[in-house]
Design a protein around this ligand. Structure first.
Ligand code: FAD
Ligand code: 2HG
Ligand code: ZN
Length: 478
């Protein structure tokens, strides 16, 4: 029998997609699709034939099989909060966006096994709340938690503010269910902590940014619920002192540090300017701050409060902390956290920023900080630094923002030179150009520049083996 022309193959496949998900599960209305065709930062705009929203794994499998048969590209999408444009289809795409938003069931919670089985479209905050309801804790925590989804968190291997104690998303997943690019379902929903039966396949899909398949469900690790939380907002004289404070806090608290966030004054000023209801908890202005949080899961306060107090006193005496405020209530703690949690939003409201989500060894942060800034100043003397981040993990958001009142387009025209200044400094300090946000479309060229050719080759080999026609998230990562 003669093969159907491509346009007829595509139409037949799209009809199969529509039938698989039913009328609730798709739209091609430009107005309804619009939010899915642009990223959170408004930096990427794309095109798609259809927005498809399956409600079950078998529907995802049928949609992918239909697309695979006709070579229709698929862009997977969760909460669309990603920072690198990975969930936005290409500008010239003739494919579909596949949203996991309707797959939002919590399938099971096993409090004895300390596990929860969730669908990919579960919003992170809902997972945190469901864990607390059974007196357990799911520690992945980021400012986008009210809208990002666990499938997106796993696909970007998200980090956030609890990595020091609990690891990033990769370390929180025991098993995954994945629809492969040919439409088969890989059921790896194991709740086992030990399973050495060959390659641990889940790790292929964590951090793959949707390029190797679609995560449809996951078994997550839970932890005992924190009972005592001690929070301080500390002014530090310089970045090096902050890291001395970190080392001291880890060693003297029995490694109870859950959060160690460095925030520069420039970022605090942006938050105070743009986010209503925020206030500076200290009277004087300082160059850098640390949001420090120590946590204990013991049923009574096991002396951590005392150690926390002692730690702060000793840090004052050693000149590592020059001013501080300790949270006295949940409300007070929330007000302190607001200075950190609103950093991205405040930066966005201030104007154009060139973001650098980078990591270096913790001990190299001070040297990197100065070297990178010197390099940026040499190419963009009027640019401003609004840096903050998860210093406890060696991860800085070394964001360079446009001059106050300056021209947005002129500033963004310097992107290449500014990226080179920062990323070359990262490279010289044995760091990574993407600590936690991934590569997406934003950093594809940067990845090629800094990743070893052998590593790139292995990644291309894996991609070709699993997705030979390249339908999964075309244009992202590789
Ligand atoms: P999306 O943006 O929808 O997608 C991200 C990528 O994953 C895309 O490549 C997409 O194709 C792919 N994808 C999504 N779902 C699936 C799936 N089910 N299967 C296969 N591929 C899929 N990130 C951090 O790591 N740490 C932070 O502290 C942090 N803070 C943030 C704060 C703010 C205010 C914002 C806006 C973002 C922040 N982010 C942070 C970035 C972002 O929230 C995370 O990357 C998050 O994990 C993305 O989840 P999402 O559901 O929005 O994914
Ligand atoms: C955070 O830590 C996020 O708040 C966002 O990773 C970082 O906006 C950024 O650059
Ligand atoms: Zn971050």
């Amino acid at each position: 029998m003669a093969e159907l022309p491509r346009t007829m193959q595509v139409e037949a496949a799209l009809e199969r997609v529509r039938a698989a998900v039913g009328p609730q599960g798709w739209t091609s209305d430009p107005h309804d699709m619009q939010p899915s065709l642009e990223d959170w930062r408004g930096q990427f705009q794309g095109r798609a034939r259809m927005l498809v929203r399956p409600a079950e794994t078998r529907e995802v499998a049928e949609v992918v099989a239909a697309c695979a048969a006709a070579g229709i590209p698929i862009t997977p999408q969760g909460g669309n909060t990603g920072m690198c444009g990975g969930a936005t289809p290409p500008r010239d795409s003739d494919g579909i966006v596949l949203s996991l938003a309707r797959m939002n069931r919590i399938r099971a919670i096993d409090a004895t096994n300390f596990t929860m089985t969730v669908e990919a479209g579960c919003v992170l905050q809902r997972i945190q709340e469901a864990a607390l309801e059974v007196d357990r804790y799911f520690p992945l925590s980021l400012s986008a938690q009210g809208s990002c989804m666990i499938g997106g968190n796993l696909s970007t291997n998200a980090g956030g503010t609890g990595v020091l104690r609990y690891g990033n998303a990769r370390e929180l997943a025991l098993g995954l269910e994945v629809v492969l690019p040919d439409g088969r379902t890989l059921d790896g929903l194991t709740a086992l902590r030990k399973d050495n039966t060959g390659y641990d396949l889940k790790h292929l899909f964590v951090g793959a940014e949707g390029t190797l398949g679609i995560i449809t469900a996951a078994v997550l690790k839970l932890f005992p619920r924190p009972r005592a939380i001690h929070t301080a907002w500390c002014a530090v004289p310089d970045v090096a002192s902050a890291l001395d404070l970190l080392a001291r806090a880890r060693a003297e608290s029995g490694d109870a540090v859950e959060t160690f966030e460095l925030v520069s004054r420039a970022v605090v000023d942006l938050v105070l300017t743009h986010i209503p209801g925020t206030a500076d908890p200290l009277e004087k202005r300082y160059a850098h701050y640390v949001l420090l949080e120590l946590v204990s899961s013991a049923s009574a306060d096991d002396g951590l409060g005392q150690r926390f107090q002692q730690l702060l006193e000793e840090a004052f005496a050693a000149g590592l902390v020059i001013d501080a405020v300790v949270a006295q209530s949940d409300r007070h703690r929330g007000a302190i956290w607001a200075l950190r949690e609103n950093a991205s939003e405040a930066e966005k409201l201030e104007g154009a920023s060139i973001k650098h989500d980078v990591s270096v060894p913790v001990s190299a942060i001070p040297s990197f900080w100065d070297a990178a800034w010197q390099a940026v100043r040499s190419v963009a003397p009027d640019a401003r630094l609004a840096a903050f981040g998860h210093a406890g993990d060696g991860n800085l958001h070394y964001n360079v923002i446009q001059p106050a009142g300056g021209d947005r387009a002129a500033f963004l025209a310097q992107r290449e030179a500014i990226n080179r200044a920062v990323h070359d400094a990262v490279h010289r300090h044995d760091g990574s150009i993407s600590a936690e946000h991934g590569i997406g479309r934003l950093k594809r060229d940067e990845l090629r520049r800094y990743k070893s050719p052998v590593a790139m080759d292995v990644m291309h080999t894996l991609k070709a083996a699993l997705d030979p026609d390249g339908i999964m998230n075309r244009g992202a990562l590789l």
